[in-house]
Design a protein around this ligand. Structure first.
Ligand code: UD1
Ligand code: UDP
Length: 367
């Protein structure tokens, strides 16, 4: 069996690491196609180096631009690759422009599509990610869902026959790389002058956030006014906004981190503030309380479990959430809920035609 995986953005490199490894162990041939949506060394190369990802067979070098530009260039450049490679399956992750590019060209060639992280919904059509994921789910042969909620969304969209509950590959990645992170960067906190559990971690990169600069700046200034060091690895989309909001007293802006250091930054944080989908989940998986700087989340279970507070871009809501006492939650149950680190193996089994139902006990956890 030959799989072509199309990816292009930071979270996709992380999701691909455990899945590519599972393919290698199963003797499945995989060719990676990097669309080039993310290209800075600290947004791309570092993940291939740290996470033992195979070197991409193709680099489409699409680069930055509007969504139509990224889509058009991606479609145009991917077409000859799939025509030449003729894979049995095209695999895509999540909801970025690279995801839809991969699914659309595969559909053109009638190549079966596997969509990892299928069935997520924010019900906010203003987000490009929402249409990317809805369209990709519609095109996919295998909608590989991380949670029971995602399964319900797929069922609601008439896709139950193609939906498989596999768990979340981001938990696979976290469990596979946490020890390597600690071994590789034993002096992480010391180097940054941080006490474990004595700082907050902030990430901010959503297009909706940077589209409301006044509100985003008000949030940053409110956070900065708290008497807590806040580590902020700044995504390139947010750089200009952050520069216009500073200088800061407590917020420490740093370059984007590699995944290994990011895991440590998350583990050591007393609290995480983020508008990232992946970081919300990792907070829950690591047992760190999270405040989400968005008006909704795809990961509603993290809110139901009391691990995540949604504040939108409202300074009042943020102020109220900042110092609330975290509840108590059961880390084992959460990890069980997200598939216990076995999602990649489940994906391999399904694509090899060996499994038709969920290997996770996710349904059994009441939230
Ligand atoms: C994209 C995804 C988003 C995902 C995020 C992960 C879409 C529609 N959005 O958003 O779902 O959460 O990736 O991080 O696909 N830039 C650089 N260097 C880079 C990459 C980007 O400077 O290596 C700058 C460019 O100015 C670019 C901007 O960041 O225009 C935004 O990048 P883009 O990939 O378009 O969107 P993201 O915000 O990264
Ligand atoms: N991440 C990272 N370095 C950073 C910020 C995030 O390695 O400086 C990781 C994070 O741990 C998670 C993933 O990137 O695994 C989330 O990606 P991002 O926030 O860019 O996108 P989203 O998940 O919102 O699509």
């Amino acid at each position: 069996m030959k799989i072509v995986t199309v990816l292009g953005a930071r979270p996709q490199f992380i999701k691909a690491a455990p899945v590519s490894k599972a393919f290698r162990l199963a003797g499945i041939e995989e060719v990676l196609v990097h669309t080039g949506q993310h290209y800075d060394a600290n947004m791309s190369d570092i993940f291939f180096e740290e996470l033992d990802l195979p070197k991409p067979g193709y680099a489409l070098a699409v680069g930055s631009g509007s969504r139509p530009f990224q889509m058009a260039e991606g479609l145009r450049r991917l077409e000859p690759v799939l025509a030449a490679e003729k894979p049995d399956i095209v695999l895509v992750y999540g909801d970025t422009n690279a995801t839809l590019v991969g699914a659309f060209v595969a559909d053109t060639f009638q190549i079966p599509i596997a969509h990892v992280e299928a069935g997520l919904r924010s019900f906010n059509r203003a987000m490009p990610e929402e249409t990317n994921r809805i369209l990709t789910d519609q095109l996919a042969t295998w909608c590989l869902a991380p949670t029971p909620t995602a399964m319900r969304h797929l069922s609601h969209d008439g896709l139950a026959q193609r939906a498989y509950l596999v768990g979340d590959v981001m938990l696979d990645a976290l469990l596979q790389f946490e020890a390597k992170a600690r071994e590789t960067f034993p002096d992480f906190w010391e180097r940054l002058g941080l006490q474990q559990k004595g700082y907050w971690l902030l990430t901010m990169h959503r297009a909706e956030t940077t589209a409301s600069p006044e509100q985003a700046i008000a949030l940053l200034r409110l956070m900065d006014a708290q008497d807590v060091p806040i580590v902020f690895p700044v995504h390139p989309r947010t750089r200009a906004l952050v520069e216009s909001a500073g200088p800061f007293r407590n917020i420490r802006c740093i370059d984007p981190l590699g995944y290994l250091e990011m895991i440590l930054a998350e583990c050591g944080a007393a609290q995480i503030l983020t508008d990232s989908g992946g970081v919300q989940k990792e907070a829950a998986m690591l047992g760190v309380p999270c405040i989400t700087l968005r008006t909704e989340t795809e990961w509603t279970e993290t809110v139901d479990m009391g691990m995540n507070t949604i504040v939108g871009l409202s300074p009042e809501a943020l102020a109220a959430a900042l110092h609330q006492r975290p509840g108590h939650w059961d880390l084992n149950a959460i990890r069980q809920f997200f598939g216990n680190g076995q999602a990649s193996k489940a994906i391999v089994s399904i694509l090899q035609g060996q499994a038709i139902s969920s290997p996770t006990a996710a349904e059994s956890l009441s939230v």
